[in-house]
Design a protein around this ligand. Structure first.
Ligand code: SER
Length: 645
């Protein structure tokens, strides 16, 4: 069964059980500024656990694109990837443990034909202090399901200490293992966060062979158990019983009992091949062949090269999907990860002896592999390929010189200034310098690097603030209006074209505003009209404009948009249009990181013109926001010129 077939089979199975099948949400979370990327299937579903009704009902399933940035440097072994797909199904206060566990068993054992002898599960052991009981229901039900297949398995306690006894396939663990919430374990959950105990599912590839995995690992002196870090057992899925909400002094029951199931699609595929190498499954076949052709090397031939293959395979798949969701390589937030992924892939390509432009060829193989299931990749193909190529060639220009420079300074630990110069002159992300240093067993002075970077940012900010003041010099009143109009435009574009629209540049004169943003096609006349209408409506409503100074975290948490590159903990200035509050509240129109200046209320934008003589308003002042031009600046970046006339 191919990976694509497994995905289809799962969704059909869940459809059959009454679930509405929804498409994957974007890798960039919508209306959730607390996290940069969608890292689990449940993230886009969060509000439905808390009681809000899903428009498609109480049963929903999907295959969700996920990106876990924290895993970048783990990639290279046989199981870590930054991008993966999570198969998920949810009960929003509908079915509970019994249905979920039976369906999982039925799907894995009867539909996918996994051998139950290789299958293991874990359940929550209970914690009196938290007031959460032991999940005997789940453990007993799993045991019964094993028995129906003629396997009399037993339930193990304290596997971390006692190890696994013959015949034990179900184990109790405490909340350090069998508990799930977006923010981790009970102690780390903020108030209001939903979470609950879970029952996890594991696969043991080849019981005889895999014992050697433990014996060869650095955990060989400890007992091996299902959750052992040696990786012998692969977690293939997790059923969370989202039943609780963190409160000031413990946990309270949510208004409804939810199920949140997530399984790794690629892990299912690896289990079905009975090969623990996740990067050997079929979705990587074409891209792998492309790398083999380009490098003349073979995957699996030797350890170092296989490691390089895996980094390239993972990173370029992730970058392909991220660009597909509108995140282009750059220096900030999500964009920085795309840059890092591509640059890291290029460096590992060099290790395989690939010295020509190759990332777009690998990306192209991925688009071919996934285009039926992810139409967005086909639609954005030109953008993906050109962004890959651009980023690669930019980096290649300096990579070789940068490596030479690195060699020169790498005779001892690397100073922060030297690391900063590698970034400034050769485009080496700090993590790259750190990796190169680690390969040579030397260190990088990270804190003095951070200082050098901050100092540089402050200097350039002072410079650009000076420039901007200059731009608004004299009686900059009309420029101020255009500046506020720019905020309205930014928000209106996101409402009409989607939240993935990001500001790429802005320039204001007393004649017009100019606004560059990431978007990969021409806007239709209808879209332009909608944007104008939204803005003119806001002008007519005469909404107040406020400036606030808040911490970076608060601004993020409230959903401020815009370009901002500061450190956590710093005070930042934001401008709101409408009633100050949180993004998504009805009376707030826009909220952006910005230093100002702005008008006091949007009605001022209308002032300064004269109504046409035939209008009933006579000669009262009025202006309208009008888009004069919408054009491409470069691949994936559009430019609007607009006036108040
Ligand atoms: N939220 C759970 C997880 O990510 C199951 O979907 O593991």
């Amino acid at each position: 069964m191919t990976t694509n077939e497994i995905r289809t089979k799962f969704l059909e199975y869940m459809k059959d059980k009454g679930h509405a099948i929804v498409p994957s949400a974007s890798l960039v979370p919508e209306n959730d500024p607390t996290t940069l990327f969608t890292g689990s299937g449940m993230q886009p579903m969060l509000r439905y656990f808390l009681g809000e009704q899903h428009p498609l009902g109480k049963r929903v399933a999907d295959s969700q694109k996920c990106f876990r940035s924290q895993d970048i440097e783990e990639v290279g072994d046989n199981r870590h990837t930054t991008f993966f797909e999570m198969l998920g199904n949810w009960s929003f206060g509908d079915y509970f443990k019994e249905e979920q566990i039976k369906w999982m068993w039925d799907f894995l054992i009867d539909e996918l034909n996994l051998n139950p002898k290789n299958f293991y599960t874990t359940c929550f052991k209970g914690n009196n202090a938290l007031g959460i009981p032991r999940d005997t229901f789940s453990a007993d039900l799993w045991q019964k399901l094993f028995a129906e297949k003629g396997l009399d398995v037993t339930i193990g306690e304290n596997p971390e200490v006692d190890g696994m006894k013959e015949g034990q396939h179900i184990f109790y663990y405490d909340e350090s293992k069998n508990w799930w919430s977006r923010s981790g374990k009970p102690g780390g959950m903020p108030e209001g966060e939903p979470g609950g105990p879970d029952t996890e599912m594991f696969y043991d590839f080849d019981p005889d062979l895999s014992k050697q995995i433990h014996a060869k690992s650095k955990w060989s002196s400890e007992v091996c158990h299902v959750n052992c870090d040696c990786g012998r057992f692969m977690e293939i899925g997790n059923n969370v019983f989202m039943q609780y909400k963190k409160t000031a002094n413990g946990f309270a029951e949510l208004p409804q009992m939810n199920v949140d199931h997530g399984s790794g699609l690629e892990r299912y595929a690896a289990a079905l091949r009975n090969d623990p190498d996740m990067l050997a499954i079929d979705v990587f076949d074409e891209p792998r062949k492309t790398i083999e052709e380009l490098s003349g090397k073979n995957y699996g031939a030797n350890e170092d090269e296989t490691y390089a293959f895996r980094v390239i395979l993972d990173h370029l798949r992730a970058a392909t999907f991220l660009i597909g969701d509108g995140i282009l390589p750059g220096n900030k937030d999500q964009m920085y990860y795309v840059r890092r992924l591509i640059r890291r892939a290029v460096r590992f390509g060099n290790k395989l002896g690939i010295n020509e432009s190759f990332t777009k060829r690998v990306a192209d193989s991925y688009i071919e592999t996934y285009k039926k299931e992810y139409k967005v990749l086909e639609e954005k193909k030109d953008l993906i390929l050109s962004e890959m190529e651009k980023e690669e060639s930019k980096f290649r220009l300096t990579l070789e010189k940068g490596i030479k420079e690195f060699e020169k300074i790498a005779t001892k630990d690397i100073s922060g200034i030297d690391a900063f110069n590698l970034l400034q002159s050769y485009g080496f992300p700090i993590e790259l310098t750190e990796e190169l240093a680690a390969e040579r067993g030397i260190k990088v002075d990270r804190s003095s690097f951070d200082e050098a970077k901050k100092k540089h940012a402050e200097e350039s900010r002072t410079a650009s603030a000076g420039k901007f003041k200059g731009g608004l010099g004299g009686d900059g009143e009309i420029e101020t209006k255009y500046h506020t109009a720019t905020h309205l435009l930014h928000e209106a574009l996101r409402q009409v074209l989607g939240e993935h629209v990001l500001q790429k540049g802005s320039n204001i004169t007393s004649e017009r505003l100019r606004f560059d943003f990431s978007f990969d096609r021409k806007m239709t006349d209808d879209e332009k009209k909608k944007v104008e209408d939204i803005i003119n409506d806001v002008i007519k409503q005469d909404l107040p404009v406020h400036r606030e100074e808040v911490t970076y975290e608060e601004a993020r948490e409230r959903g401020a948009i815009g370009v901002f590159d500061e450190k956590y903990g710093e005070k930042v200035s934001i401008y709101t249009v409408g009633e100050p509050g949180k993004r998504g509240t009805a009376k707030l129109f826009s909220m952006e990181f910005c230093g100002g200046p702005h008008v006091n209320s949007t009605g001022e934008l209308a002032v300064g013109g004269i109504h046409p003589p035939d209008s009933s308003q006579g000669d009262k002042p009025y202006r309208h926001f009008v888009i004069q031009k919408e054009e491409a600046v470069s691949a994936g970046v559009r430019r609007i010129k607009a006036v108040l006339e």
